[in-house]
Design a protein around this ligand. Sequence first.
Ligand code: C2E
Ligand code: CA
Ligand code: CA
Length: 263
Amino acid sequence: QQTAQSRLRLINELRGALAGNQFTVHYQPIMELATGSIHKAEALARWQHPVLGMVSPARFIPLAEETGMIAEIGDWVFKESARQLERWRESHNAGFQISVNVSPVQFNNSDCMCKSWLIHLQELGLPGQSLCIEITEGLLLNDESSITDKLIGFRDAGIQVAIDDFGTGYSALSYLKKFDIDYLKIDQSFVRDLVTDPDDMALSEAIIVMAHKLGLKVIAEGVETEEQRKLLTVAGCDYAQGYLFSRPMPADEFEKMLKASRG
Ligand code: C2E
Ligand code: CA
Ligand code: CA
């Protein structure tokens, strides 16, 4: 009963969180392994609760999805990221790209964000390629043509698409052929034991080989050690993201890191 109550309270508080300016976006660099350069980052939502402190997205995103509030929160994360993106493309690298997580619920929504996001990018003078959306395999297994049409609309505008947590879903690989996907993100669960578990190494290598044969790039998630970085580099992985390089951080810190990395 206590759990149910605290859940209800959190839902209620979530409703006021946007208006109360309690959300921020943190950015985690995505490193190009061959060059060590950073021209991509993932945007991750953060909820600074006035009493509970930082509430993990793993806790509040599912609540936001259940209640439909994800549409509003997702829009806000996108707009905030686009605002930073415009700055960083000007000050750091004209090719900079930000990845935004998009929940399947945002696609199912009748007033899908697809059109309004494209208009917003245009207004900021940002090309489609400056944005990547991270979706999960489940979305592509959905046969509803409305969803695939929306996705194709994004693609036509040049927006890139990454499959998040790759390898943990249904593994109906035919969708990789059907949709024009740009990146596979190897799930953290494979990267974690890369050094000690030969099966995880084999799976990661297989994902990389398959992706490259299909013309896709690979991003490894949750890279925490130098050994993992080395193994992934040798296996030909294109990008890596994880605590080894940096935790997700607020925009101002991220900007300092970009400046420093330029030397
Ligand atoms: P995700 O998209 O798979 O994001 C990666 C998660 O791994 C992030 O957790 C990140 O902080 C964490 N991480 C990064 N590097 C490492 C590492 O080296 N080791 C470990 N152990 N973890 C690492 P976070 O920020 O807590 O987000 C959790 C999930 O919440 C995300 O998983 C994503 O599914 C969801 N999420 C976050 N922000 C948004 C958002 O704006 N919209 C939607 N729809 N979902 C979001
Ligand atoms: Ca993600
Ligand atoms: Ca992931």
